[in-house]
Design a protein around this ligand. Sequence first.
Ligand code: NAD
Length: 249
Amino acid sequence: MALLDGKVAVVTGGNVGIGLATAKRFAAEGAYVFICGRRQSELDKAAAEIGENVSAVPVDVSKLEDLDRLYAEVGAAKGGIDVLFANAGILETVTLADSTPEHFDRTFDINARGAYFTVQKALPLLRDGASIILTSSVVWTKGFPAYGAYTATKAAVRSYVRTWSSELSKRGIRANVISPGPIETAMFGEQFPTKEAEEAGRKQFMASVPLGRIGRPEEIASAAVFLASDESSYITGIDLPVDGGLGSV
Ligand code: NAD
């Protein structure tokens, strides 16, 4: 029997990168997966890659009406949710001196407020015993320059699951975060202004990660499958670093 046989999963930011790798694994482990993202063309491509047992729903997590529409669709189709992976996020690297209110608001609207209401609005559909997983980042334990607003949103996400794991424990619902280190996705490259800066940044990260390399989205997906399944049935409120040792060593 596969680890997620018969489960219903929702993955935000599920059309590319970490979210797509995880949606693929969830489906391979027997789940029916709703993937959400902002761009329809990427959603369609992702759904085609996953193949069966998938629905693609265009959602901007910073828009509450989009979340309402998503959950109305999930409720009508499946009646409940067993696994919620609130993974959508953006990264804009800007120093404190160069920050604008627009940069701050955009980062918080999507990463912190978006994740919060992605979970809040799912509550009526979450089945007893469900697993909530949020994507934080190793940066919340660090002080990397130019990550100020982003890091604060990821610290917020880590904080949410402490509260939610106690609030939701009566229903057997678990809530955890995964904190990835540098992972080979579009987001990793796009944080650098030029190809040269990307190469230099890549070398710097590889030198500071104890395992000496950038991680793969599939390595985050493996951790998500673990937290989604009964394999982690006694685990709630944690931060699971999947970062090659960056935050711990
Ligand atoms: P990515 O850019 O490939 O994917 C980001 C996803 O978020 C996309 O699917 C995008 O459509 C979605 N998204 C962005 N804004 C959205 C919005 N307003 N509404 C709905 N969806 C939205 O990057 P990724 O690396 O796969 O990132 C996934 C998560 O992992 C993010 O939360 C990111 O902060 C986190 N993370 C990534 C890294 C890394 O090095 N790649 C490291 C630590 C944490």
